[in-house]
Design a protein around this ligand. Structure first.
Ligand code: NAG
Ligand code: NAG
Ligand code: NAG
Ligand code: NAG
Ligand code: NAG
Ligand code: NAG
Ligand code: NAG
Ligand code: NAG
Ligand code: NAG
Ligand code: NAG
Length: 464
């Protein structure tokens, strides 16, 4: 620890806030292909969907290893894009807020000193250098985990149409192919993996990775209302402190923007060897716990089971998964594009490795369409629930940057194929089917249990 401490900026060593001296970590040991981002976990794992991917292998009640005596016969990854700069619209708000503080503040003492000269100059919308590396690492990890299949074939790959998602697919391929090139067991003479299909994100497009045509759902403001209520439970105290310390007036929204800046100012650095932004030191550990929960509410009530039509948005993808697992045509009248899914060149049924790239919102709906968090009861909008109380659900645990869900099928001692799902290396025991001690169901029972998806969810209510 002593040696690597010298690499940290002084503000981390000055013992500000809460007495929570963050351990100095050497990036090459706290950010790895296998474990993801384990640096500054007391803060960086509490950024909701703005957290960088971190492996939950150590949090998994069931070992994520492929069980002894089993052979993986099918694997599919659904991945979020890597760390990105703020969206253009958010970036304008963050920049305006910082300018306002610089114009109005009467003091920039201590841990606020950096704010006086902070120039907002982050990019917009695209992957950051760190985000690109996250996806290279994800491709390496996928190859290594599923080497028994990947040495002989390449995955069939789809990406939702935004440039950061497509770029994420390309970086994943880079990691996958570089690992394969070095694998002496890889079958020679194969063509490289490529993005086989890019699905349009136009507002009228049927896109199972990023659905957007369910009108009633798109118009819902439920998550905003819930977030406003929870914000009122913890933000006013922070606001009072910041207003006092800086001598400015802030809104609650502006306080949460300053918290967002902790993540974005960290992950947007021009290096992959990140240091924690000074914005992070303006808040305490308890405040990060509440912020993290606020972000979970956003996803749960925006795209998960908290929204009446949230899980329905993931039904199209669930039906595509059933088609791939059973080698039968897609049956779906929700978000699938029949032109794409009825054509073997754009939706083959004979592959054993698949990779899909998308956004946090679409992935959240898919996790709920598969019933993976059916053990989670409706999240409280008045007090933060811990990860045990939410049965493993939080936005940081499900859809951080470069998040990944693995669906794998395996052949073990019995004739029937078994299916299980890992979310960021945590085995999520299946619901709706007869689940064994390792979180698995037989393929046929799993498909039977996906009756919600097979019957189209509540898509009929999209156009009320
Ligand atoms: C970080 O740790 C790795 C592995 O222990 C070591 O090889 C590397 O030199 C260290 N880097 C720095 C900058 O201390
Ligand atoms: C997780 O557990 C493994 C094996 O015990 C250990 O090597 C690794 O450092 C742990 N990772 C974290 C982030 O605690
Ligand atoms: C911020 O920008 C201003 C004007 O462009 C410049 O004078 C100042 O040095 C910059 N500050 C930092 C910290 O880069
Ligand atoms: C379906 O996909 C085809 C082929 O990419 C495309 O031309 C068409 O616009 C898509 N239709 C919808 C409704 O998304
Ligand atoms: C937010 O809180 C108000 C006041 O307690 C309550 O009336 C309203 O129903 C809450 N909104 C949601 C979406 O829970
Ligand atoms: C902050 O609000 C107070 C009370 O409304 C007002 O008197 C003061 O001028 C405001 N300060 C700034 C910098 O806008
Ligand atoms: C798009 O989805 C709607 C609703 O399921 C469906 O009626 C339409 O045929 C789909 N379009 C294509 C090209 O698949
Ligand atoms: C799947 O079938 C297509 C022809 O429909 C063929 O070109 C491709 O090689 C097959 N892929 C695998 C993995 O068998
Ligand atoms: C999580 O919350 C539950 C219910 O509120 C509580 O019983 C439990 O002690 C908490 N666990 C931890 C690790 O804080
Ligand atoms: C999950 O819960 C929903 C709502 O109760 C239900 O419709 C669905 O069938 C469940 N899914 C699974 C896989 O158990």
């Amino acid at each position: 620890m002593g040696v690597s401490a010298v690499l940290l900026p002084l503000y981390l060593l000055s013992g500000v806030t809460s007495g929570l001296a963050l351990p100095a970590r050497n990036q090459s040991t706290c950010d790895t292909v296998d474990q993801g981002y384990q640096c500054f976990p007391q803060t960086s794992h509490l950024w909701g969907q703005y957290a960088p991917y971190f492996s939950l292998a150590n949090e998994s009640a069931i070992s994520p290893d492929v069980p002894a005596g089993c052979r993986v016969t099918f694997a599919q990854v659904l991945s979020r894009h890597g760390a990105r700069y703020p969206t253009a619209s958010k970036g304008e708000k963050y920049a305006a807020l910082i300018e306002k503080i610089q114009a109005d503040a009467t003091s920039f003492a201590g841990k606020y000193a950096f704010l006086q000269s902070y120039n907002y100059s982050l990019g917009a919308d695209d992957l950051t250098p760190f985000g690109e590396k996250e996806l290279v690492n994800s491709g390496i990890k996928f190859y290594q985990r599923y080497e028994s299949l990947a040495k002989d074939i390449v995955p069939f790959i789809r990406a939702s149409g935004s440039s950061r998602v497509v770029a994420s697919g390309q970086k994943f391929i880079e990691g996958f192919q570089n690992t394969k090139r070095k694998d002496p067991r890889a079958r020679p003479g194969q063509s490289s993996a490529q993005i086989n299909v890019v699905i349009s994100e136009a507002s009228t497009a049927n896109n199972t990775l990023d659905p957007g045509t369910c009108t009633v759902f798109e118009d819902s403001e439920l998550a905003d209302d819930i977030e406003a209520n929870f914000t009122a439970t913890f933000v006013p105290a922070i606001r009072t402190r910041l207003e006092h310390d800086l001598g400015v007036n802030l809104t609650s929204k502006e306080v949460t923007y300053l918290m967002d800046m902790c993540s974005f100012d960290t992950i947007s650095q021009d290096t992959v060897d990140l240091t924690l932004s000074p914005f992070c030191d303006l808040f305490t550990h308890d405040e990060w716990i509440n912020y993290n929960y606020l972000k979970s509410l956003d996803k749960y009530y925006g795209h998960g089971a908290g929204n009446p039509l949230g899980p329905t948005q993931g039904v199209g993808y669930a039906n595509e998964l059933i088609a791939r697992l059973t080698h039968t045509p897609v049956h779906d009248d929700t978000s699938t594009n029949h032109t794409l899914d009825s054509n073997p060149t754009t939706f083959p049924l004979n592959s054993t490795l698949y990779a899909d790239f998308s956004h946090d919102n679409g992935i959240t709906s898919i996790l709920f369409a598969l019933g993976l968090y059916n053990g989670t009861t409706a999240l409280s909008s008045t007090s933060a629930e811990n990860i045990t109380a939410t049965d493993g659900y939080s936005s940081a645990w499900t859809v951080p940057f470069a998040a990944r869900m693995y669906v794998e099928m395996m052949q073990c001692q019995t004739a029937e194929s078994l299916v299980r799902v890992l979310v960021n290396d945590r085995v999520v025991p299946l619901h709706g089917c007869k689940v064994d001690a390792l979180g698995r169901c037989t393929r046929d029972d799993f498909v039977r249990g996906l009756s919600f998806a097979r019957s189209g969810g509540d898509w009929g209510e999209c156009f009320a």
